[in-house]
Design a protein around this ligand. Structure first.
Ligand code: LRH
Length: 484
């Protein structure tokens, strides 16, 4: 059986055809493209027409090769949304979560309602770009007054492809407007920001249908192709596609690094609030209890910066560059807000180091080493907190997603955490997306069996911890410098 998985991350998007046959998953890439952000007079926006164009041509391509396909599932990054007017048109390109305006609107909202009140209801980590803060900042804008519906990005794509408006459950939870205990969009939180909760269309769950691909866009179709709701939050699909060894924690590694564990019920209490852990909702009403930390973004930006200076870092240079670098006791906090925006990363990292009284960096190897070791130690911090909060030790850390190809970081993660690190599927998100479709199509009975098949379909690599004493000392210094 085959299906189409559309998976869009903050940096790039892809349309894949996934085949499930004899207990094995395989995939073919039909299209891969850059997801463009642009500056619209001081506001960062997604180039939505370009994104949609790429998705449509990717689906055409997939259907051309496999006309018998009957379903497509869409997942993207979380929190962002588009506004639809009374004529069903998208009012403007969606604002990107990296837009800095939400720092200000977060501050204003938290003066009105303390974060603890929001967390008590939604259980979502405090990140300036959460939809609740974005909406609070934008609701006075003229276009907002014209909006008849708000659609989260995957819901918006599904609407553009099929014409029906729904709000998918897993992604809805990332808005910080959803109350997982009462299983509803919170009237209290919507009142607090002054936004009508009916602006969100009715809720749809993974496995249900958004309708079918429009024949206007896909005139070549000879039969209906259903747009299936999958866990449309990419992290939710990635975690659905993830199966580790023993009591494992997962790390979904892409632009962001999401580190956590799957639970049956949310943990929303004083301790999880203090540790700023999130309770996002997953497939089958599971909970992704995790910490959102900065991922490959900083290293990618450093590479872009060196490329601009005509001194590129090729992928195959990374291991030799880092290995030949001397031991270096310098750290950044990957979650520092000054490192969150695109552009000029060499300067931003050095400014952080100057601010924290550390030596500046010059060589490409030194930048990469400092970034990777700081990320690994940041994982350790999140894992330590997670272990305390759930009251049980982990036996391994499973890294899934494209970021697990950074082998230096995989080894550093083992060294920093003291746990064996396994690398799972690079395309965990695509496979999770497809697994949901296969269950809905009756090809696989449940997620447990599907996860086993995914694990059987890939080769897993293991990294054992090394240089433990050195990394314990590093951890102490990292915590002192970052205050974590
Ligand atoms: C990862 C992700 C993450 C969100 C961020 C905005 O792609 O969906 O889970 O916090 O993007």
């Amino acid at each position: 059986m085959k299906c189409i998985a559309v998976d869009i991350g903050a940096t790039s998007g892809r349309v894949m055809t996934v085949t499930y046959e004899n207990g094995i998953f395989s995939y073919r890439e039909d299209k891969r493209f850059v997801n463009r952000i642009y500056d619209d007079g001081g506001t960062l926006r997604w180039d939505f027409p370009l994104l949609l164009d790429n998705i449509v041509s990717g689906i055409h391509e997939a259907l051309r090769k496999d006309p018998a396909i009957r379903t497509v599932g869409i997942d993207t990054w979380a929190v962002d949304y588009g506004m639809i007017d009374s004529e069903g048109k998208l009012l403007e390109d969606p604002v990107c979560y990296r837009d800095a305006h939400s720092f200000e609107s977060r501050k204003r909202l938290l003066e009105k309602i303390p974060f603890a009140e929001i967390y008590k209801i939604a259980g979502i980590q405090d990140l300036h770009f959460n939809t609740i803060y974005q909406l609070y900042g934008r609701k006075e804008e003229p276009n907002f007054a014209r909006a008849k519906k708000l659609l989260l990005i995957p819901d918006l794509i599904a609407y553009c492809l099929g014409g029906e408006m729904w709000t998918e459950y897993t992604n809805l939870s990332t808005t910080s407007l959803f109350d997982p205990v009462h299983d509803e969009i919170s009237p209290v939180l919507c009142d607090a920001i002054g936004v009508d909760r009916n602006l969100f269309p009715p809720i749809i769950h993974p496995g249900e249908s958004y309708g079918t691909l429009s024949r206007k866009i896909f005139p070549e179709l000879e039969h209906d192709v259903r747009i299936l709701a999958v866990p449309t939050h990419d992290t939710a699909s990635a975690v659905l596609g993830t199966d580790g060894f023993g009591e494992f924690a997962y790390l979904s590694s892409g632009t962001w690094s999401l580190i956590g564990t799957e639970l049956d019920h949310p943990i929303i209490d004083e301790r999880s609030l203090k540790a700023n852990f999130t309770n996002e909702l997953g497939y089958g009403k599971t909970v992704r209890f995790l910490k959102n930390t900065m991922g490959m973004f900083i290293a990618n930006e450093i590479r872009k910066n060196f490329l601009d200076l005509e001194d590129p870092i090729e992928v195959e240079d990374i291991v030799p560059l880092v290995s030949k670098e001397k031991e270096i006791d310098v750290y950044i906090d990957p979650d520092d807000p000054s490192l969150e925006t695109p552009g000029d990363m060499i300067h931003k990292v050095n400014a952080y180091l100057a601010r924290t009284g550390q030596e500046k960096l010059e060589s490409k190897g030194a930048f990469l080493k400092v970034i990777y070791q700081s990320m690994a130690l940041n994982y350790r911090c999140a894992l330590d907190r997670l272990t305390t909060l759930r009251g049980k030790n982990f036996e391994s850390l499973l890294i899934v997603g494209g970021g697990n190809q950074a082998v230096v970081l995989d080894q550093f993660a083992a060294n920093a955490t003291g746990l064996p690190v396994e690398t799972g599927p690079i395309e965990a998100t695509v496979l999770g997306n497809a697994l949901c479709q296969m269950i809905a199509l009756g090809e696989i009975p449940d997620k447990e069996e599907g996860r086993k098949h995914i694990r059987d379909s890939i080769s897993v690599k293991t990294y054992l911890p090394k240089e433990r004493a050195l990394w314990e000392r590093k951890y102490e210094t990292f915590r002192r410098i970052t205050g974590k």
